[in-house]
Write a protein that binds this ligand. Structure first.
Ligand code: FAD
Length: 392
């Protein structure tokens, strides 16, 4: 469906997993006129960047995402088998899988939603302004086939995603080639980004899930096709593992899980780093509590660098309130926002990795809830609250 000029009940920015979860819940709650905007409509970063990544969540959680709301169930029953949800169901439910399986499921749901249930606008939201009790949304077209358009909606939901952070290197590091974290997470691309005959010393920065996956991928290369490759792992903190408890998981969102956790325990703990298997390939460089890797003299020994130091929110569309620029403060419980004067912004919400829900575990640890299942759980709770406030 092409976007037409009408007033929508809701507009959702972004068609990654979070956007899919929000659209599914809006439809499940009876909002029939949903405008959905994304430049590609292809499961966000899950499909674009993470297909080769081993999941840190169990397959059963992806299946639960796919079956969480009635509009998704309808898509599943109307899609000829074998399809992506059949494939997920055929896997061991208690183990992880390649994220390609989850990405294919998300793409299948997206295809079903845009075919039957929502108004699709292919492009990027450039500006959104609140005026006369509605959001006025300008979408940049992708090319001459996808013209720019202006739409109006009662409710606006930002699911605009995030991308890897990186810090500029000092001038003394001009000889160091950057390997983007996205490349380090995709073995088939990483393999071709470093020459096999090249003596390469690669700095990997960080102790996150992404850092461990980058280390695993580089270690695998060094042991097989790239014998001249060495890794210096710059770590400021200890590795943190998720711990299964009775009915819940300690450090569920921040701890290592799945294949990355298994490999890290066997290769990256201090006693393991001293074993013959690891010594030729990985050396750990411990940074002081307040020391930045950019200040470490050891960085000079490296020819390449992979920075796995977290993720930053993608740029927002220009947001206006009665013509004036809006600066947002997110409420990570409701998903809503306040403006720069502490005033609630009407009918504007966020979800997904850019705007995660804050949760507290039974020990009182506070974390951001990230992952498909968590986005779905949040959308199920929050969407009815948003609709009630907007009186949709
Ligand atoms: C290495 C790694 C491994 C992970 N593994 C798992 C896992 O095993 N299990 C799990 O459940 N989760 C996992 N996650 C977490 C999470 O599920 C993904 O990061 C997911 O891609 C986040 O979804 P999202 O929809 O919030 O954002 P994104 O996937 O980034 O999607 C955002 C979308 O918004 C669009 N957009 C942005 N700005 C605009 C605009 N102005 N107008 C229109 N569209 C716009 C973008 O083009 C994009 O399509 C992992 C994350 C990482 C980094």
């Amino acid at each position: 469906m092409a976007a037409t000029s009408q007033r929508f009940g809701a507009a959702v920015v972004g068609a990654g997993p979070a956007g899919i979860a929000v659209v599914g819940n809006l439809l499940a709650r009876g909002v029939r006129d949903v405008l959905w905007v994304d430049p590609v409509f292809s499961a966000g970063r899950l499909h674009k960047k993470y297909r080769e990544v081993p999941s840190n969540t169990k397959v059963s959680l992806f299946v639960q995402f796919a079956e969480a709301v009635k509009p998704f169930e309808d898509i599943i029953s109307n899609t000829p088998s074998p399809h992506a949800v059949d494939h997920l169901e055929s896997l061991d439910q208690d183990r992880g899988c390649r994220l390609s399986a989850a990405a294919d499921m998300c793409r299948m749901l997206t295809e079903g939603l845009v075919k039957r249930s929502v108004t699709q606008a292919v492009g990027r939201v450039r500006t959104a302004g609140w005026k006369r009790s509605a959001w006025s949304i300008d979408v940049d077209g992708q090319d001459e086939k996808q013209a720019a358009s202006s739409q109006t909606a009662d409710l606006l939901v930002l699911c605009n995603g995030s991308h890897p952070k990186s810090i500029p290197l000092p001038d003394s590091c001009k000889h160091i080639t950057n390997i983007h974290l996205d490349t380090a997470l995709a073995p088939s691309i990483l393999r071709n980004s470093i020459r096999q005959d090249q003596l390469a010393t690669i700095a990997v920065i960080g102790t996150s899930h992404s850092a461990v996956l980058a280390l695993l991928n580089l270690y695998t290369l060094a042991k097989s096709s790239h014998p001249n490759l060495h890794i210096k792992w710059f770590a400021r903190s200890k590795l943190l593992y998720a711990v299964p408890k009775d009915g819940w998981i300690l450090y569920d969102n921040t701890g290592l899980k799945g294949e990355a956790a298994v490999w890290a325990k066997e290769h990256l703990e201090d006693d393991k780093l001293k074993t013959n298997a690891v010594v030729p390939y990985i050396e750990k460089v411990e940074l002081g509590a307040n020391e930045s890797f950019t200040e470490s003299a050891r960085l000079q020994e490296c020819s390449h660098i992979v920075q796995a130091i977290g993720y930053s929110r993608n740029p927002l569309p220009e947001l206006l309130m009665n013509g004036q620029p809006l600066r947002l403060k997110h409420n990570p419980y409701s998903g809503g926002y306040e403006d720069q004067n502490g005033k609630k912004v009407p009918s504007l919400y966020g979800a997904g990795i850019a705007w995660p829900e804050t949760v507290k575990d039974p020990y009182g640890n506070v974390e951001s809830a990230v992952g498909l299942f968590k986005f779905m759980r949040f959308a199920k709770r929050a969407v009815p609250e948003w609709m009630e406030i907007a009186a949709l």
